[in-house]
Structure formats: C-alpha cells, structure tokens
Design a protein around this ligand. Structure first.
Ligand code: C2E
Ligand code: MG
Ligand code: MG
Length: 333
C-alpha cells in the first residue's frame, strides 16, 4: 500500500466480496463488514496505536450504517478520547451518586387518569452538567456498564415507588416502568434480581413494568424467552419499547412473551404526515389483536391526543402531560 487510494481500493474489494451471501443449509446469510482505516505515519511509534485508531474509525463506520470504510482523522481521534473519558467517568458515577431518575407520568388516555411513571436515567456529570441518556447510553452499552446503570435504576425506582406507597401518595395500582438493556438477558441472575428487588421493597409484582427493545426479542434465544416468561410469571409486565424502529420481529410477538407495545414518539410526532399516522393506527390494532396494550410516547399536542383516543390507544406519555420530573415534582403530579 503506497497511499490512501490503495487502502480505499483494498477496503472496497473486501466490501464487494463480503456483500455476497454465504450459503448455508437454512438459506442465505448476509454478513455486513465495517472497515476502519488508519495510515501509518511517523506520529505512531507502536503498532497498537495504529490499531487503536483503525478501531476508532471502524466504530464510526458501524455507527454510520455498517458495510462501509472510514479513514481515521483527528476528529475521530477526539471523539474516541471523549468516549474513553466518559466511560471512565461513568464507571464511578454510581458510587459517587451522580445518577438521578426523571419520572415521566403515563396516563390512561380515555380517562386521563395517572397509571404510573417511566423511570428515565439522568446523569449529573460533575463537569459536563446534566446529561441525557442520548449522551451516554451507547457508551454504557459498549462497555457493559449499562448493566450496573440498569441495576441501579431498577433498585432506585422501586425504592421510590415503595416510598410513595408508604406515604400514601401512590395506590397499589400505580406502576413503575423501567428500561432494561438486552445485555441483562445474558446474565443468569437477572430474574433473581427482579424478584429480590420486589421483595426488598414489599412491592406487588404488578407494580413493575419492564421495557425491553426489539433487539432483545430478536435474540430469540430460548433463554431470553424463558427469562421473559419467568418474569411475567412473577406478575411483572413487559413492554416492547420504540416498537417498529428497530428490527421489528413479528415472529417474536408470536411467542406471546410481552404485555404491551410502546409506539415510538417519531411516529406520533409525524402524526400529520401520512405514514406516521398509518403506522400508529396499525401498531394499535396489532397490539389489540394480540391481546396487548398500546402505549404512545411523545404526545405533544391535543390533536395527537384526540386522534390516539379515537383509535383506542390505551396509555400514553408526553410533554402534553409532563416531561420527566424529579421525585418531588412527580409526587406532586
Ligand atoms: P424511551 O424509553 O423511549 O424514553 C422516551 C424518551 O422520549 C425519553 O427520552 C423522554 O424524555 C422522551 N420524551 C417523552 N415525551 C416526549 C415528548 O412529548 N416529546 C419529545 N420530543 N420527547 C419526549 P430520554 O429520557 O432522553 O431517554 C432516551 C432513551 O434512553 C429512552 O428512550 C431509553 O431507550 C433510554 N433510557 C433511558 N433511561 C434508561 C435506563 O435506565 N436504562 C436503559 N437501558 N435505557 C434507558
Ligand atoms: Mg422506555
Ligand atoms: Mg421509546
């Protein structure tokens, strides 16, 4: 390789070959390849440094939709160093008590009655200020720290619900929804953890809803289904978050391992655009056909609310009612 063009050509050849399906007994399998390129320059004095930069470029290629080649440059270097710093900080965030929960009210749309809250993680970073999940969840997933974050969220949200019940602020029917990463399902002790946290706070299992992503269902391993079934056997409900935005797996729904479908706010917000609305309507009727509840996210206008009610959408949340609230404001709500 004598220059960047040669590297690009080599990457292109790899991508072309890899675009061909691999034939297996059960059909064709497609494998996407992401390529990161770092050119050797005098600034490097260890091979590991070139690999590190090529790796950083590869992550950018993955995040831009895979099956492409990206050449390392300084902006990627800065991004990679920022991510390393943020991941290091997150490692200590829990013990330093920097995580917070925003509780977003969830309402039964027909009667405008509060049925529960969704617990959303916030990070009071000592230097960067208040961080939203979009700023750190992907790094948390990559480093597996998401498991510790989710564990803390589950315990803290349940403690808060128990506290509201003890103070007579929450009735026994009020539910707490907690987001769980697909990583949880590869852990053997997740079921025990859910059971323990319910017991520890003397909650009824019906007070807890877990939100999983389509990715979790797609893993489709017997194990994931077993864990979901066992969690639901406890009496805990399971909803599919952002339904339709990921790898919608209708065959997974066929296994009847969940209780509800959450309609992503991107569909609700585009409610005036033709297809967003069609999708909302289709998801609500799919949910009801399967005996599941439909929960709309991101309701911002009275018109969106009216149309959702007309379609029989069961529950909803959004800035029309309230954003994520701190514990005191949530209790008042
Ligand atoms: P999500 O679970 O789909 O949460 C809904 C997101 O929509 C929240 O963003 C919420 O603040 C936002 N939202 C709610 N109503 C409206 C509205 O009317 N308009 C608009 N524009 N946005 C609205 P947030 O808090 O930034 O969370 C983003 C995502 O981060 C969540 O999406 C969830 O996937 C993930 N997440 C949050 N907390 C946790 C957690 O504890 N564990 C895990 N694994 N993921 C979490
Ligand atoms: Mg959610
Ligand atoms: Mg969502």
């Amino acid at each position: 390789i004598s220059g960047l063009e040669d590297a690009d050509d080599a990457a292109e050849r790899v991508l072309t070959v890899m675009r061909q399906p691999v034939k297996t007994e059960s059909g064709d399998v497609f494998a996407a390849v992401s390529v990161g390129i770092a050119m050797g320059t005098p600034k490097y004095d260890q091979p590991e440094q070139i690999l590190r930069d090529a790796d950083a470029a590869m992550y950018v290629a993955k995040s831009q939709g895979r099956a492409r080649a990206i050449v390392f440059d300084e902006s990627i270097g800065r991004l990679a160093r920022d991510n390393v710093d943020l991941t290091e900080d997150l490692r200590h965030a829990i013990e330093r008590k920097e995580l917070r929960i925003a509780y977003q009210p969830v309402l039964r749309l027909k009667h405008m009655e509060l049925i529960g809250f969704e617990a959303l993680v916030r990070w009071k970073h000592p230097r960067r200020g208040l961080l939203l999940p979009g700023n750190f969840i992907s790094q948390a997933e990559e480093s597996n720290l998401i498991v510790a974050v989710d564990r803390w969220m589950l315990a803290e949200a349940c403690a808060q619900l128990a506290n509201w019940q003890d103070r007579g602020l929450a009735g026994p029917a009020l539910q707490m929804s907690v987001n769980v990463s697909s990583k949880e399902f590869s852990r053997t002790d997740f079921l025990a953890e859910v059971r323990d946290v319910i017991e520890a706070h003397a909650l009824t299992a019906a007070g807890l809803r877990l939100e999983i992503t389509e990715g979790t269902m797609l893993e489709r391993s017997a194990r994931t289904y077993d864990v979901l079934a066992a969690i639901r056997a406890l009496g805990v409900s399971v909803d599919v978050d952002d339904f339709g935005t990921g790898y919608a797996s209708l065959s997974a729904l066929n296994h009847l391992v969940v209780d509800g479908l959450k309609i992503d706010w991107s569909f609700v917000t585009s409610i005036n655009a033709h297809h967003g609305w069609d999708i909302v309507e289709a998801v609500i009727s799919l949910a009801h056909k399967l005996g599941l509840v439909a929960i709309a996210e991101g309701i911002e206008t009275a018109e969106q609310l009216r149309r959702l009610i007309a379609l029989g959408c069961d529950f909803g949340q959004g800035h029309l009612f309230a954003p994520g609230l701190g514990p005191v404001a949530a209790a008042a709500f």
